[in-house]
Design a protein around this ligand. Sequence first.
Ligand code: GRF
Length: 188
Amino acid sequence: MIKVAIFASGSGSNFENIVRQVQNGILSHIEISALYTDHNDAYCIDRAKALGIKVHINEPKDFESKSQYEKHLLTLLSEEGVQWIILAGYMRLIGQDILNAFPHKILNIHPSLLPKFKGIDAIGQAYRSGDIVTGSTVHYVDSGMDTGEIIEQRQCDIKTDDTKEDLEERVKQLEYELYPSVIAKIIQ
Ligand code: GRF
């Protein structure tokens, strides 16, 4: 079994999707050690509780520095024997302490065809761009924002009569297939 931690800051629908695939035996070689979140009111916490997944809530404002925050996370990760980190809507750059401890062992999913539309509101950026396709990207995490080596992308149409919510839903559906399939291939 490979021990994996999932980091999330918000709704956690990708988190839930991955956990369900683990619990259903589709990702049978993976064990989710815990959800790590940086917001004590994030909806992903409710999902974790419903799914029976342990939660670590740590808000960076309660630490003296980003390095102290990450050192605390590293202590927890090490106590749990975590081997890989999966980011799923974790709205924070990973700092050097965690990057050094998990070289090429941190994945992220971003809702655009990187290198297009990095950063926040990638779907809104795509929606307003006039492009006719967008998609989602799974990549390794480095110190930049959505700049790490791309592993796999999947694309979908942007239709002329789409609302932004339609597009968000279409990209989410892609992500629910893309992320578990990359996890199955890469986390070995
Ligand atoms: C996803 O669209 C992912 O690509 C991005 O953040 C979003 C998280 O959504 N990094 P959710 O919290 O999993 O619903």
